[in-house]
Design a binder for this molecule. Structure first.
Ligand code: B4P
Length: 190
């Protein structure tokens, strides 16, 4: 199974991806985690993307598509990929479809986590307090949300017309959201 976790910044994609890894033996492909690891390592890539991430912008399509291309074979070999924070643009979605088609594979389901704007802000503030992530400040968050609305939300009709989009209520506790995702997978993925 290949699954996309879709939703605005701080909707809980990373949180739920980690639970799906445990429940289904799948591999989480988080472009955000990969980019943060590159920054932490001080690599050339990390230096290139740091200011973009800190200010809430989207990293270029080429960079994130390359990251996914590198990590996809191992994820599929291990039982399937959970795409967390990718794709975020139409170009990324088309590249992903092409990559999977080359491997005679496809996306099975796109789970959209729906969370109120107020709850998103509360989650960002909580994470900033707990982890101090450099892009969780109010200014960057505004830019991230605007990028989501302008460039990522237009992917919803792309997946809806393919019959792959399933909406899940992302409000409530982590466990409640997780139970809803599992119910959606049981219903929609054979
Ligand atoms: P990401 O790392 O993808 O960050 P995110 O969207 O903010 O987080 P996520 O939805 O995973 O939230 P989480 O589970 O952590 O991206 C960071 C940046 O990297 C982007 O802004 C961009 O610059 C760059 N980037 C990444 N991918 C890219 C791409 N494809 N193209 C271009 N650029 C890219 O949850 C958030 C908080 O809420 C946590 O503290 C969590 O504990 C809490 N939480 C989760 N579920 C909860 C619940 N049910 N109740 C209460 N709290 C909850």
């Amino acid at each position: 199974m290949n699954l996309i976790l879709f939703g605005p910044p701080a909707a809980g994609k990373g949180t739920q991806a980690k639970r799906l890894v445990v429940a289904h033996n799948m591999v989480q492909l988080s472009t955000g985690d990969m980019l943060r690891a590159a920054i932490a390592s001080g690599s050339e890539l990390g230096q290139k993307v740091k200011s973009i991430i800190d200010t809430g912008g989207l990293v270029s399509d080429d960079i994130v598509i390359d990251l996914i291309k590198t990590n996809l074979p191992a994820a599929e070999a291990a039982g399937g990929a959970i795409f967390d924070g990718f794709p975020r643009t139409v170009a990324q979605a088309e590249a992903l479809d092409a990559m999977l088609a080359e491997r005679d594979s496809t996306i099975d389901i796109v789970v959209r986590l729906k969370v109120d704007d107020n709850a998103l802000v509360e989650r960002i503030e909580k994470r900033f307090a707990e982890q101090g992530r450099s892009d969780d400040n109010p200014e960057s968050y505004k830019v991230r949300l605007a990028a989501y609305n302008a460039q990522t939300a237009p992917l919803l009709p792309y997946y809806a017309t393919q019959g792959k989009l399933v909406e899940v209520d992302g409000m409530g506790s982590v466990e409640e959201v997780s139970a809803r995702i599992e119910a959606a997978l049981s219903e929609h993925v054979s």
